[in-house]
Design a protein around this ligand. Structure first.
Ligand code: NAD
Length: 273
């Protein structure tokens, strides 16, 4: 991990940062010196999977960031509620003073998370198709992916405009790039995030705000489980890691990407071509 503390004095907000990829982004940016705000519907979400529990070095990701010597706060908020998203962003700015970086990571192809179902040990995933998708599934998956992203971006935009600076990273998926790679309505939500990223970049560019997107492929997290058996189908011959994605987020959250905006970077070991 980089020892260059180039983000000292900056504040980074990571949605869905209580476990998995979002936790990886929070730790990476904290290691670069950024103060961290975690906004997640469950700040103890890592407890749900053994894989995530084992990674944790403290009770919460907020505490892990503090141990790295930065300020950190955690807000338990369901970002599918637009007003709650707005309040959360305003609270981050009130407590930490500003918001420089946002990673809109909350989401997943999940119909019901394990921690939402009493006693369940795994998530309930979507099985809808483009021609036939139950209404509740359609709304839920669009809500947790597309709407949480849009609500977060809309809530941070006024603060970043005032600062005349900002880095927004949205999170799509290879399922949003390749219609054959994912299931409906997850892929549809993730494709819309790519379009939204381009539109937002056009609007916020004049304010010196960069908006870019990442589209991860097969990445090992607790939620997705071990998919190392798919390695032979991946040109780089391994499933991706949380760090593989965090390195790209570092690029998009720092001055390395100052002249890049509106783009989507696919992180999939070369599967999509
Ligand atoms: N892991 C992969 O292979 C992969 C591939 C492509 C894209 N992605 C995307 O990366 C992101 C993170 O994936 P992950 O595997 O780390 O998932 P995860 O389920 O481990 O983490 C998602 C986090 O978001 C939180 N969250 C969900 N809905 C929320 C809401 N409404 N409000 C606030 N917080 C909410 C959850 O509590 C959880 O902590 C997701 O957007 C996912 O679609 C993951």
């Amino acid at each position: 991990m980089s020892t260059d503390k180039k983000l000292i004095g900056k504040v980074a907000l990571i949605t869905g940062g209580a476990r998995g990829l979002g936790r990886g982004y929070a730790l990476r940016l904290a290691n670069l010196g950024a103060d961290i705000a975690i906004v997640d519907r469950n700040l103890k979400a890592a407890d749900v999977y053994e894989f995530e529990r084992k990674l944790m070095t403290a009770e919460t990701v907020t505490a892990e960031c503090e141990a790295l010597g930065v300020r950190a706060i955690g807000l338990e908020v369901d970002l599918t509620d637009r007003e709650a998203a707005e309040r959360a962003v305003n609270e981050v700015v009130a407590v930490l003073g500003r918001v420089d970086i946002v990673v809109c990571n909350a989401g997943g192809g999940t119909f019901a998370f394990a921690d939402e179902q009493s006693g369940a040990s795994s998530d309930l995933n979507t099985t809808g198709t483009a021609a036939d998708c139950p209404q509740e599934m359609l709304e839920r998956v669009l809500d947790i992916n597309l709407m949480t992203c849009m609500y977060t971006c809309m809530a941070v935009a006024p603060h970043m405009k005032r600062q005349q600076a900002g880095k927004i990273v949205t999170v799509s998926s290879v399922a949003g790039v390749d219609a054959g790679a994912g299931y409906h309505p997850y892929g549809t939500a993730k494709a819309a995030i790519i379009h939204y990223t381009r539109a937002l970049a056009q609007e916020l560019g004049p304010y010196n705000i960069n908006v870019n997107c990442i589209a991860p492929g097969i990445i090992r997290t607790g939620r997705l489980g071990d998919r190392s058996n798919m390695a032979s189908r991946i040109p780089l011959r391994r499933e991706g890691t949380i760090e593989d994605c965090a390195k790209v987020v570092e690029f998009l959250a720092t001055d390395l990407s100052d002249y890049v905006t509106g783009r989507t970077i696919v992180i999939d070991g070369g599967v999509y071509h």
